[in-house]
Write a protein that binds this ligand. Structure first.
Ligand code: SF4
Length: 486
């Protein structure tokens, strides 16, 4: 990305409907669509969506049927942890080559499955189809069926050809594959006060933190499906009384299907930030209608908050009025981050997601302060434009947003799966605030060009108004200011 002074970063006309401003009336945000051609989307492909969800099932074999490049991004760069098997950290690929594309890759896949199952003795295997497999038409389902019969374990195809939709379609394909395991295990010993955790990926051990709170309340956690997951837990998770869905974008489909098939109700929750973590504990206790459980939840919240509050208050004094940009995968995390930032004195001035829906964006427009930019399926140029216009002090995102922030001279906080720090639960809120404080308050930002220019204006010429854009990019077809885009 080349940032020049004196010109303006522009938005593609076809992207304007995907951008809105909080506090202003306007049409619903365009979302849930495939990315606009010419816009280098921040969104990952269908395959990546599937892989993200199923990968933390730690005792399963994960085989990527496709060229090696598809497997590269997911090779052990994610922070999901396992308390036992480490098989999931390997990313196996059939490494399809030109001749396989011409003659078909089924035999290669069959050989790979035989070799891997014999060597690693997994509890189950997931086989992910990629773009090229969709094009050449390998019958992955038939190969999986043969391998399952030969080895006596579930071998599940995941229909995740990268081109066939959005990342959300990948989530759906993963949910359908996982569903095939549910209901095949013994539910004896499952308590009536029991839950499953869906959509928590145990990044840096977050599932363990949250699980501990629920167990202290007297609740049995049957399966932590997408974080420190186990095949046998998934098989019996239909015995639980309630499903808690933390990453609603990825796991709503599975929770809906579990309700349809097994009648298990679900609640959408978030474990990020004091408010949302507390609400998740209280609402779960209320679901079971147990006063003792509710009292335990209150005690946990009181103890945990008392432990972290003095430090949060000290950091809040420094952070009061600082401005944040958020760009994350799912909207539920965005809601939590807006609230968590507010609790430490910061204002969200730009918020976007890869997979939000119409209702999610309405909620964001309502909960954010007037003037906050709300955007679906954004790209580096738009994010750069809005970060500069909104003069943000901090960007919260993932691996693809980090270089945007650093190139613009903006502090960055990783809230995606690559991070190695737990940000969920009460202790996670303390870690989050510590990282935000260290990033925002670092003196290094006083020396980056946009800030040092402002310092020069302060001693000489009039300062540019907050919101003025002074960075640009050549090559976009039309010019649209933020106001025009909204
Ligand atoms: S599945 Fe397709 S879009 Fe996804 S990484 Fe592979 S080639 Fe790229």
């Amino acid at each position: 990305m080349k940032i020049e002074t004196g010109s303006e970063i522009r938005v593609l006309p076809s992207r304007e409907g995907a951008i809105a401003e909080a506090g202003k009336a306007g049409a619903a945000v365009h979302c849930g669509k495939t990315s606009v051609a010419g816009s280098v989307s921040q969104r990952a492909c269908v395959f990546c969506g599937s892989r993200v969800v199923l990968y933390p099932i730690a005792d399963a074999l994960h085989v990527v049927h496709g060229p090696i490049g598809c497997a590269a991004y997911t090779w052990d760069i994610r922070g999901a942890q396992s308390s036992g098997p480490q098989l999931f950290r390997n990313s196996f690929s059939t490494d399809l080559q030109e001749m396989d594309v011409i003659y078909g890759g089924e035999k290669k896949l069959a050989r790979a499955l035989d070799q891997l199952i014999e060597k690693h003795q997994p509890k189950a295997a997931f086989v992910y189809t990629t773009c090229i497999v969709g094009l050449i038409g390998d019958d992955v389902g038939a190969v999986c069926k043969t391998a399952a019969a030969k080895w006596g374990i579930p071998v599940l195809p995941v229909a995740s050809e990268g081109f066939k939709g959005t990342k959300k379609d990948g989530y759906k394909a993963a949910c359908e594959a996982a569903l095939k395991l549910v209901g095949t295990g013994d539910t004896s010993g499952v308590s009536k006060h029991s839950i499953n955790l869906l959509g928590d990926f145990n990044i840096a051990g977050e599932t363990w933190i949250v699980r501990d709170y629920f167990e202290r309340m007297g609740i049995q956690v049957v399966a932590t499906i997408t974080g420190d997951g186990r095949v046998d837990d998934l098989r019996r998770c239909h015995g639980a009384s309630l499903n808690l869905v933390q990453c609603a974008g990825s796991m709503t489909h599975l929770s809906r299907r579990l309700k349809e098939v097994y009648g298990t109700p679900f609640n959408k929750v978030s474990f990020f930030g004091i408010e949302d973590m507390s609400a998740a504990l209280y609402e779960t206790a209320k679901f079971f209608g147990d006063e003792t459980m509710l009292a335990k939840a209150r005690l946990i919240v009181a103890e945990e908050v008392a432990r972290i509050y003095p430090q949060l208050r000290a950091w809040r004094r420094d952070l009061e009025g600082k401005r944040a940009a958020i760009y994350v995968g799912g909207a539920f995390k965005a809601f939590s981050l807006v609230r968590a930032l507010r609790s430490i004195g910061m204002r969200t001035v730009l918020v976007g997601t890869q997979t939000g829906d119409k209702d999610d964006y309405e909620t964001l427009r309502e909960m954010c302060d007037p003037g906050t930019i709300v955007v679906d399926d954004s790209n580096p140029l738009e994010l750069a434009k809005f970060c500069l216009e909104q003069d943000v002090d901090l960007f919260i995102g993932g691996v693809k947003e980090r270089p945007i922030a650093y190139k613009l001279g903006i502090g960055f906080c990783d809230h995606n799966h690559e991070r190695k720090e737990a940000l969920a639960g009460f202790v996670g809120m303390l870690n989050f605030a510590r990282e935000v404080h260290a990033s925002v308050m670092s003196p290094v930002w006083n020396f980056v060009p946009r800030r040092s220019r402002r310092s020069l204006h302060a001693v000489g010429a009039p300062a540019p108004a907050r919101g003025a854009v002074d960075a640009g990019n050549a090559g976009q077809p039309a010019t649209h200011s933020r106001k025009g885009a909204a």
